[in-house]
Design a protein around this ligand. Structure first.
Ligand code: ADP
Ligand code: ZN
Ligand code: MG
Length: 494
């Protein structure tokens, strides 16, 4: 049996993040009362004239620039004819040739190796309305039409068939989402349908140049779904070929619950959409200054930020990767770090990397766990970055132990409270006064004669029980390093 390679090409639709739709002034707000964000243009009334939203063009061009695309100065629109139950005018205004952006690329890292995925194009088009088949949990035996989404600007990005596994597809979509969120050109929320994806999958014997017959999986709305659908589809295709069958070009649907793809319709040859120039939108040229201005607005992108985090903060690849996986997390981290620096400008110098790492850990573990549990995004965390900085500062200067810090953090999260206040009010300061600790240690030793004897007979681990007793007596507030030091001295001399 032949060894096969998977080949994937993605068509990604992202809703453009503008206040109003692409050819009219209606709002793009998600979740509004059905058909409340509509006008004569986006409900397809005969004779209504589309007016191009400049902000939508800016968003597409900016995205293209960030992904190394060539921007085509000539901006033209085309009508794509189709029977659309959710677009009453039965054509979609889109771009054919040229699209706004041609030939871009995106770098992904899979298994420690970097790979460049070439992207064919990004073009601007309008979204369709939405057919509704149920109200609440009640299934209807007719369809309702909500046109709130009709006419919302979309950018469609099409990749070359160069993605060769489900893991690469997953990384591509994550990286794309991250970059677009950094730019602010789309919110990419798959839950709200702001990012949708058609996945083309084929297989071919390893070493063969020609592409195999492809299957298109339509309208995927989760990144993990894309990954699972590719894995399933590649296996299915292998089984068909290995059992002597033939693949046909077809459109399939992903059934997320069953974890399988099902045939929807065969797609022999291409549909003729009869594209023709949109007569209501005059072609025009984008001025150089327009493109240059957008180029200037593109600041640091995720990969560059990650490299800087490693270089400037001394963070590991892993930590930097997590912190820059979303712009909001990276912003939170930098704000917290700056607050920490302001607080401890003198004492931080030697401990710079320790402080950077400790802060990163608090964000990726404690804070992240709480945010996940309460489904809150980091920008709305009840612990603002200055408060986390204060907590880390209290740990760094030995005011509280790492263990106490966790208790304080609970309180901070629950009541959005200031850690310095909590520590003061509850008297949680660590005891770092040697004479006080000495007294408790002596007491503990006199009550742990068995453990002392064991320690003296060479069982060094026996000290743990005595440390435990000291911590208990001090209500967890004794500085553990000091406790260890003092106990060792005392026991050696015992
Ligand atoms: P259509 O518009 O009919 O969907 P395109 O030629 O524009 O077709 O291709 C759409 C997507 O399918 C692109 O991302 C492309 O890379 C991908 N693609 C084309 N052929 C194959 C193939 N044999 N295997 C996997 N992906 C493919
Ligand atoms: Zn409208
Ligand atoms: Mg397609």
């Amino acid at each position: 049996m032949a060894d096969y390679e998977t080949v994937v090409g993605l068509e990604v639709h992202m809703q453009i993040n503008t206040k109003s739709k692409v050819f009219c002034e209606c709002s793009t707000q998600f979740g509004a009362e059905p058909n409340s964000n509509t006008c004569v243009i986006c409900t397809s009334q005969p004779g209504a004239i589309p007016i191009l939203n400049k902000k939508a063009v800016e968003a597409v061009v900016k995205t293209g620039l960030a992904l190394n695309f060539t921007i085509n100065e000539r901006c033209t629109f085309a009508r794509k004819q189709y029977f659309y139950p959710d677009v009453p005018k039965n054509y979609q205004i889109t771009q054919s040739e040229p699209p706004l952006c041609s030939r871009g690329k995106l770098a992904i890292t899979v298994g420690g190796k970097e790979k460049i995925i070439n992207i064919t194009r990004i073009h601007l088009e309008e979204d369709a309305g939405k057919l509704v088949h149920e109200i609440g949990s009640k299934k209807l035996d007719y369809s309702l039409l909500d046109l709130n989404r009709a006419g919302v600007g979309l950018m469609e990005l099409v990749t070359e068939p160069e993605i060769t596994s489900q893991y690469e597809a997953l990384e591509f979509l994550k990286e794309l989402k991250n970059i677009v969120e950094y730019l602010g050109t789309s919110k990419c929320s798959m839950e709200e349908g702001k990012m949708r994806c058609d996945v083309n999958v084929s297989i071919r014997p390893v070493g063969q140049k020609e592409l195999g017959t492809r299957v298109e999986i339509k309208n995927m709305n989760s990144i993990s779904g894309v990954r699972d659908a590719i894995a399933y589809e590649a296996e299915r295709q292998k089984e068909v070929l290995n059992s002597g069958g033939k693949l046909t070009q077809e459109t399939r649907l992903w059934e997320a619950e069953e974890g399988i793809t099902k045939s929807m319709r065969s797609k022999e040859g291409t549909l003729d959409y009869r594209y023709f120039p949109e007569p209501d939108l005059v072609p025009f040229n984008l001025p150089d200054s327009f493109i240059e201005e957008l180029q200037k607005q593109i600041l640091e992108l995720p990969r560059a930020r990650k490299a800087r985090f490693i270089k400037d903060y001394g963070l590991s690849e892993y930590d930097a990767d997590y912190l820059t996986s979303a712009r909001m997390i990276a912003d939170y981290y930098e704000k917290a770090f700056n607050a920490l620096k302001d607080k401890k400008s003198d004492s931080l110098s030697g401990n710079f990397a320790v402080a950077a790492k400790l802060l990163a850990n608090w964000i990726s573990t404690e804070l992240n766990a709480k945010l996940n549990a309460s489904k809150t995004c980091i920008a709305e965390a009840p612990v603002p970055s200055q408060n986390l900085a204060k907590l880390v500062s209290l740990i760094l200067d030995g005011t509280i132990s790492g263990k106490t810090a966790k208790t304080v953090f609970e309180e901070m999260y629950k009541k959005s409270a200031d850690p310095e206040k909590i520590v003061k009010e509850k008297g949680l300061m660590q005891i770092s006064d040697e004479s006080a600790i000495l007294r408790i240690c002596e007491e503990a030793i006199s009550e742990s004669l068995k453990a002392v004897a064991e320690f003296k007979s060479g069982k060094e681990r026996a000290i743990g029980a005595i440390v435990g007793l000291v911590m208990k007596k001090s209500k967890g507030k004794a500085n553990p390093q000091l406790v260890n030091k003092i106990l060792l001295e005392k026991l050696k001399a015992y």
